[in-house]
Design a protein around this ligand. Structure first.
Ligand SMILES: [Zn+2]
Length: 375
């Protein structure tokens, strides 16, 4: 089957004047046009490296524009939601991911509604069932058993589902060590703000205050959060750190040597006042970095083009600019765990000459998933 767009995005770079010969879902050959092209661009489908489908209904609902009050507020609001509503929100979010050209998602799931939503929307990916032991009256063993049964119910939809710690400070140390030692795929929010470093280095800041208030043991390790996680066994392949905003060059070296991947979520980071993640330095250190849409509650509308625009713009604000091609590669990079290929999309933007034109003018309603290619 020949597809004759006016251009194809290859390794992040828009090449115009070429067409593709497909065999099933795979491209067999790219060659110069042999006929009149159609007004669209072909690209590998996008990959959403970090997502919380179930918070779709909370888009615009949390006024806080700072991480700590925001996380406290979403934790409170979640408790008021009925599971049926959450399941509906997750289905809507999955459909919106698919509509903007996403083919695969690394999904963080708390309530057990994501796998069904992903499959119903025709998406593939991996589900991380989040473990939080903070705020719990149950002991870690009972809590883990309850979460494992949620994970099991999601496995019924045919996706791989793994228990993962939500964040270093919301999970007790024994449970963190146990989960890291299993050797399974893991995805953990890490270094989203400097508050984690302040807590693990010296027990300071709002995380320390909350531990004191709840009577939880302090975990003053005298090192920052990346070194703390290293000490618990998290610096290994198969682990993804989500956000990695508040890190220095030493942390980047540690992450690179550990073979850890990073999910970059620039719109959420901007909303919550997090430091801009040093993505260019991570890429230069050979850390695999993928783009994540995080949740609509912090990122806003589910739109990979808006996320790519913010990835470009925030890198300029940091004075460590990323090329549009590098950003497109992050948005189409495979997940760091093996899973099937995700197919191709058509983007109906006319007269684009460079990848930046597609990023600037791309919108969800200009994307079409190419299902025909199965033939
Ligand atoms: Zn998240």
């Amino acid at each position: 089957m020949i597809l004759r767009p006016y251009g194809i995005v290859l390794d992040g770079r828009l090449e115009v004047g070429v067409e593709a010969i497909f065999e099933g879902k795979e491209v067999r050959e790219i060659r110069p046009h042999t006929g009149i092209p159609s007004p669209f661009v072909l690209s590998p489908a996008f990959v959403n490296h970090h997502s919380h489908l179930e918070y779709r209904g909370l888009m615009g609902a949390i006024p806080a524009r700072e991480y700590w009050p925001w996380i406290r507020e979403i934790t409170r609001m979640k408790r008021t939601q009925e599971e049926e509503i959450v399941a509906r929100d997750a289905r809507q979010a999955a459909i919106e991911n698919r509509a903007c050209g996403v083919g695969a998602i690394a999904e963080h799931s708390d309530r057990p509604v994501a796998a069904e939503a992903l499959v119903a929307a025709g998406l593939t990916g991996i589900v991380f069932q989040e473990v939080i032991t903070f705020f719990e009256t149950q002991g870690p063993q009972e809590k883990l058993a309850a979460i494992e049964s949620r994970a099991e119910s999601q496995r019924a939809h045919g996706l791989s589902v793994h228990l993962t710690p939500h964040a270093p400070y919301t999970v007790d140390e024994d449970t963190l060590r146990t989960l890291a030692a299993k050797g399974d795929p893991l995805s953990i929010h890490a270094a989203e703000t400097p508050l984690e470093d302040a807590f693990f280095r010296e027990g300071r800041g709002p995380i320390g205050d909350l531990h004191r208030e709840l009577g939880l043991p302090m975990r003053t390790a005298g090192v920052g959060v990346v070194e703390y996680l290293a000490g618990l066994g998290f610096l290994r392949p198969g682990v993804q750190f989500v956000h990695a905003c508040a890190i220095d060059d030493g942390d980047i070296e540690t992450i690179a040597q550990g073979g850890v991947a990073v999910a970059h979520c620039p719109r959420s980071n901007r909303t919550l006042g997090c430091p801009i993640a040093p993505v260019r330095r991570m890429i230069e250190a050979q850390v695999p970095v993928g783009l994540g849409l995080d949740s609509a509650a912090s990122s806003g509308p589910i739109d990979i083009f808006a996320e790519m625009r913010e990835a470009v713009e925030s890198s300029h604000r940091l004075h460590e600019p990323l090329t549009p091609e590098a950003v497109w590669r992050m948005a189409t990079a495979p997940l760091p765990w093996s899973f099937p290929t995700t197919g191709w999309i058509a983007i109906h933007v006319a007269d684009a000459h460079h990848t930046l034109d597609l990023i600037e003018r791309g919108r969800p309603d200009r994307v079409e998933q190419l299902r025909l290619i199965e033939a």
